[in-house]
Design a protein around this ligand. Structure first.
Ligand code: MET
Ligand SMILES: [Zn+2]
Length: 767
């Protein structure tokens, strides 16, 4: 009998109950007890749901009020001193580390302003974890009992669970040294943290847990030798001293390059992601001892597609043939945290398309059916229905648009190159645009006010007509344009008032996309996203942004910048197809955007910005062929979208979010790029892009903060940049769009920025 296993379930609740409860608590509207109660209800529902679906191995401790890695930091007492001095209850310490602690001054105490710990992307997903931050003074000790409590809580409900915790090597390797301990290498703390893991595992065993899912996802990264070596130390200790069976769990990639590090470890078994890397089966199976279990992840925890049962069963059968039915478990590829909760909540999806989807709740039955199928159970009806749906999708016109395929097959290399090299383009652009030294601009969005949101809602609900809404948007554009002219910005934007979200706005107008009404997925803390779904071949039925940009240009003599989201970013922030390569999906998006870029140019827009903030996060986790291919096709897609214009049309691009590779950015061949910079106080970082051959704007202020840097601060920032970059290459702009700011701050921030640029312009004009 092959068992079924689910590695974790979304904790946000079917109707975002957790978000509502958490935010109400933060706002001081409800008590901690109220919040704890909601958490308990969500956990109970999740366990019961899984049990009712027939899942054999159900996870506990997959719940979190913020982030599962942060939970471990609290549990292991990895709490930097700056969060302990206010004597907060545990729950508030958790939130202080996750989101910072701000309190106004009172008569008896000064104001508190402690920033949050660093937040980092969880591998290549859109989930973010809070980075463990270690210092020489960190003292590991058990500081609570969350995993044990939640195990017992499930048990009381009659549900036997398998607790899940992030393992010691991954926990340390995902962390970093605190500011005061920069010489500390986190992995060197292994001997100190192991006893605390042992204590925790012993407590779980004492509570009755027979096995524990111990997540070691860093095994899919390129690991340094000392980290690889840490596995043996860690797991020999844990296995020997804890008295509980461990299932060492990996996901999101290929473990083979690190297989030697875990081969022969005294654990009960291993879990691998065979959705991402089915090819690893032979080698990982061969590395098992004769007793060890193989948990086979075949139901995708990262996407919304119905599992192709025939394909999944083949993989499980192959595993069975290698290790025997009693040592195989059928599982989700990863936790289901990254999928929306329940497809049943979607009332508006086209039924043809809806039949292709499977959200977390539906995936539970999938694991169960596959396990039954390979155990000889009778699931004929389920297999047949599944085959019908899979075949229908493969044959559907939505997934096969002959015109799109033909157009893509005709793309030539010339289509991905501008007509002339940068120098010639620049000369042509100087004529069209006639910009001063240190041209000033913004990144696109202006404050999304309450009024904007109210009117958009009214329009969506049909409470105002399209004409009324259009008039409202025009009025917003007028105000934004007028303001920019008043303070003397050089390249204007229309402010993006018509856009709900920089990806959704385009997805809604492109053919090949579907949208959910309730398909929320946790991004970080109480922030959830609802990614569009690429369901079929993508094309652009009609212009998407021309009307607004053209209108904006018609009311000013200054150049108006058109504003688009790039192909890589649209792909990365959507649920992609699993039946077409990422590269081809990106190229289809690029062609659709190319039409838009060309139409903007035709409409008299001669500066066009194509944002690619997600280009870095798309980089495959490991070095190798896949990564090498990505750094080719991702910039190439951008160039395919932007190379149809004349030399005199200036193409901008924009990036925010950390750690860009200058070589990667260079490959876009954009005339001007703007990058996030204001928070990088590292004096080395300023050099990073100094060889960038085209023009560049380093973001001069943090758009996430209401703080208004005074003019002289802007001047000294410009001063330090002018020392490193050729001054004729430089633009002056913020870090990113201003949509989350208030008007008052924005006005003062931009005024100071523009005035500082003017000072430098005059200085060099007279020099
Ligand atoms: C995350 S990048 C955002 C760019 C977009 N044009 C904006 O200004 O909001
Ligand atoms: Zn940005």
């Amino acid at each position: 009998m092959v068992l079924s296993s689910v590695l974790g379930f979304p904790r946000i609740g079917p109707n975002r109950e957790l978000k509502k409860a958490t935010e109400a608590y933060w706002a001081g509207k409800t008590s901690a007890e109220d919040l704890l109660k909601v958490g308990k209800e969500i956990r109970a529902n999740n366990w019961k749901l899984q049990k009712a679906a027939g899942v054999d191995i159900i996870a506990s401790n997959d719940f979190s009020f913020y982030d599962q890695v942060l939970d471990l930091s609290l549990l292991f007492n990895v709490i930097p001193d700056r969060y302990t001095k206010y004597n907060l209850p545990a729950l508030d310490t958790l939130f202080a580390m996750g989101r910072g602690l701000q309190r106004p001054a009172t008569e008896s105490s000064p104001a508190v302003d402690v920033p949050a710990l660093e937040m980092v992307k969880w591998f290549d997903s859109n989930y973010h974890y809070v980075r463990p931050t270690f210092s020489h003074s960190t003292v590991f000790k058990l500081n609570g009992s969350k995993p044990v409590d939640e195990y017992l809580e499930a048990k009381e409900l009659g549900v036997e669970t398998r607790p899940v915790v992030v393992g010691p090597v991954s926990y340390l390797y995902l962390g970093k040294a605190d500011k005061d301990s920069l010489d500390l290498e986190p992995i060197s703390l292994l001997p100190k943290i192991l006893p605390v893991y042992v204590e925790l595992l012993k407590k779980l065993a004492a509570a009755g847990a027979k096995s524990v899912q111990i997540d070691e996802p860093v095994l899919v990264l390129d690991l340094p030798k000392n980290v690889q070596a840490a596995y043996k130390t860690a797991y020999e200790t844990l296995a020997k001293e804890s008295g509980v069976e461990l299932i060492l769990t990996t996901y999101f990639g290929d473990v083979r390059p690190n297989l030697d590090a875990i081969k022969g470890l005294p654990v009960a078994g291993f879990h691998y992601d065979f959705v991402r890397v089915p090819e690893q089966l032979d080698e990982v199976a061969a590395a098992l001892t004769s007793q060890q279990i193989l948990s086979v992840g075949v139901v995708d925890g990262r996407n919304i597609w119905k599992t192709d049962f025939a394909k999944a069963i083949k993989v499980v059968e192959a595993a069975k043939a290698k290790v025997g039915a009693d040592r195989v478990i059928v599982a989700t590829s990863s936790s289901l945290l990254h999928t929306p909760v329940d497809l049943a909540n979607e009332k508006k999806l086209n039924p043809e398309i809806k039949d292709w989807f499977s959200f977390a709740t539906q995936k539970l039955s999938e694991v169960v059916v596959i396990a039954k199928a390979v155990s000889g159970g009778n699931v004929e009806a389920e297999l047949e229905a599944n085959k019908k749906s899979i075949d229908a999708r493969a044959k559907s016109e939505i997934t096969n648009d002959a015109a799109v395929r033909k157009r893509l097959s005709e793309v030539s290399e010339a289509d991905t190159k501008r007509k002339s090299p940068f120098a010639a383009r620049l000369a042509a652009q100087e004529k069209t645009l006639n910009l001063p030294l240190f041209p000033t601009t913004t990144i696109g969005s202006f404050p999304q006010t309450k009024e904007i949101r109210i009117n958009r809602n009214k329009f969506t609900k049909g409470e105002i007509t399209a004409e009324e809404y259009e008039k409202f948007i025009e009025k917003e554009i007028q105000e934004v344009v007028k303001f920019q002219e008043e303070i003397g910005l050089d390249v204007l934007v229309h402010g993006e008032p018509e856009r709900n979200d920089m990806v959704q706005y385009f997805g809604e107008q492109l053919k090949g996309f579907a949208f959910t009404t309730n398909g929320w997925v946790q991004s970080y803390g109480s922030r959830y996203v609802r990614p569009p779904i690429i369901v079929g071949d993508v094309s652009r039925p009609a212009a998407m942004t021309v009307k607004e940009s053209k209108y904006a240009q018609s009311i000013t003599k200054k150049p108006m910048k058109g504003m688009l989201t790039g192909p890589v970013t649209i792909l990365r922030w959507s649920f992609p197809r699993d039946d077409l390569s990422a590269k081809e999906q990106c190229q289809q998006l690029a062609l659709a955007l190319r039409d838009e870029v060309n139409d903007l140019e035709k409409a008299g827009i001669y500066v066009i910005q194509v944002d690619e903030p997600a280009i870095r996060e798309g980089l495959p986790l490991r070095e190798g062929a896949e990564r090498a291919a990505y750094v080719q096709w991702a910039p190439e897609s951008f160039r395919l979208a932007t190379s149809g214009v004349e030399d005199g049309t200036q193409i901008h691009s924009h990036f925010c979010y950390s750690d860009l590779d200058p070589a990667h950015i260079k490959a876009l061949d954009a005339d001007v790029v703007s990058i996030e910079f204001s928070k990088k106080d590292d004096s080395k970082y300023i050099q990073e892009f100094s060889n960038y051959p085209n023009h560049i704007g380093l973001g001069l202020f943090d758009i996430h903060s209401p703080r208004v840097p005074p003019q002289d601060e802007f001047e000294s920032r410009i001063q330090s940049i002018v020392g490193v970059y050729p001054k004729q290459n430089l633009w002056v702009n913020p870090d990113c769009g201003l949509k989350t700011r208030k008007w008052d701050e924005t006005k003062r921030q931009l005024t100071n920025m523009v005035n500082a640029a003017k000072v430098y312009r005059e200085k060099y004009a007279s020099a």
